[in-house]
Design a protein around this ligand. Structure first.
Ligand SMILES: NC(=O)c1ccc[n+]([C@@H]2O[C@H](COP(=O)([O-])OP(=O)(O)OC[C@H]3O[C@@H](n4cnc5c(N)ncnc54)[C@H](O)[C@@H]3O)[C@@H](O)[C@H]2O)c1
Length: 338
């Protein structure tokens, strides 16, 4: 049976969810895509899209089956993006597990049942995170590096990954697990992610607003050498689409986890890129107030990965480091889009 290009997106009202929706509409490999957009907050469909929008709380079992039973028919592909972010999951352990694990399992079980109804496992694309890694780590993370999370968000993501891998091994779904770097620059209001400041220290100054960097106490603090693993939203969304098109047989036989490509940047390099793009007056809008909890969590995440496996599967990588990322964001600010 051929795919009908019906794509269900959970978390469609969120940042990456809404970027993904636009990318799906532009994907020449999924012409006439029919979308089912789901979020706990009423998601918006782009003008002209063939989209059904559903407001649903996916932690409520009674609301899950309905998202698979719309007039578009059973989806071929599920993008499972809904979730609560790192600081939210760290500060509220039970709620974090409920959203980042229990509700993912509900959606996964529904995908299994509806896939069985149509006699073909649904593609199940899940956005995981580098936060699955922590503790003593090698200098460079490789596909065989064992994930030992040191935060509740990463632990929740890893639990969901294991379920998706197992459901894939059993043939219940065709899982694709993409471990994302931290995505910068995020527009809009600060999020509940521990990494939120990595966007805020670019975004707010370029918008003429002061912001507080929770790493270090001044521009000369050694803490600013903290390195992070990042990717731009443009490349990330491209990789969401690629994740759908990678042939199942191309993945390593024992896992569907792929650490999608990113690059290393230090907080100091981010601020240097800000200065290059926005000038000294932009950097002067960054205040410093070291937050030990925030720094501990971000420091526990790895900052260097071997991109080779992901690149061999066809995933894309940012070129040119932070400066082009900050330049693109400045253009969005100037266009009133950020
Ligand atoms: N942004 C990043 O840097 C980054 C990095 C790694 C992984 N991720 C993962 O990518 C995904 C998308 O991230 P984002 O930055 O767009 O986050 P986001 O917070 O902007 O979007 C998440 C969406 O999930 C929705 N949601 C939360 N609970 C829900 C529920 N019970 N039922 C239905 N919807 C619910 C929220 O309303 C929100 O719109 C998440 O799974 C996140 O963990 C993001």
């Amino acid at each position: 049976m051929t795919e009908r290009n019906v794509v269900l997106v959970t978390g469609a009202g969120g940042w990456l969810g809404s970027l993904l929706v636009n990318a799906l509409l532009d994907d020449p490999k999924t012409p006439d895509v029919q979308l089912v957009l789901v979020d706990i907050v009423e998601p918006k469909a782009p003008a002209g899209a063939n989209a059904i929008t559903i407001k649903a709380d996916l932690t409520d079992p009674s609301q899950v089956d309905g998202i698979f039973q719309t007039s578009h028919g059973i989806p071929d592909t599920v993008y499972c993006l809904h979730g609560i972010m790192s600081r939210g999951a760290e500060d509220n352990f039970d709620f974090g597990l409920k959203v980042n694990v229990d509700s993912v399992r509900l959606v996964l079980n529904a995908a299994r049942r509806f896939g069985s109804d149509i006699g073909r496992p649904l593609k199940f694309i899940f956005t995981s995170s580098l936060a699955v890694y922590g503790g003593p780590l090698p200098e460079v993370i490789k596909p065989d590096t064992i994930a030992t999370p040191q935060g509740s968000y990463g632990a929740g993501k890893l639990l969901s990954e294991i379920l998706i891998n197992e459901y894939t091994r059993r043939g219940f779904v065709d899982g694709r697990i993409i471990r994302l770097p931290t995505i910068v620059v995020r527009p809009g209001a600060p999020s509940a992610a521990t990494s939120s400041f990595l966007s805020a220290i670019i975004r707010e100054p370029l918008k003429g607003i002061e912001t507080t960097c929770p790493i270090g106490n001044s521009l000369s603090s050694p803490e600013l050498d903290l390195a992070v693993w990042v990717a731009s939203p443009e490349t990330t969304v491209k990789n969401f689409i690629i994740a759908k098109h990678v042939p199942a047989a191309a993945f390593a036989p024992h896992t569907r986890v792929v650490c999608v490509p990113g690059f290393t940047a230090t907080v100091r390099e981010e601020l240097a890129a800000l200065e290059q793009v926005g000038g000294k007056e932009a950097v002067a809008r960054v205040r410093f107030q070291d937050d030990a909890t925030n720094r501990r969590i971000v420091s526990s995440w790895p900052a260097r990965f071997d991109n080779a496996y992901a690149l061999s599967l066809g995933f894309a990588v940012d070129e040119g480091g932070m400066v082009p990322v900050v330049e693109r964001f400045k253009q969005q600010v100037q266009a009133g889009l950020a």
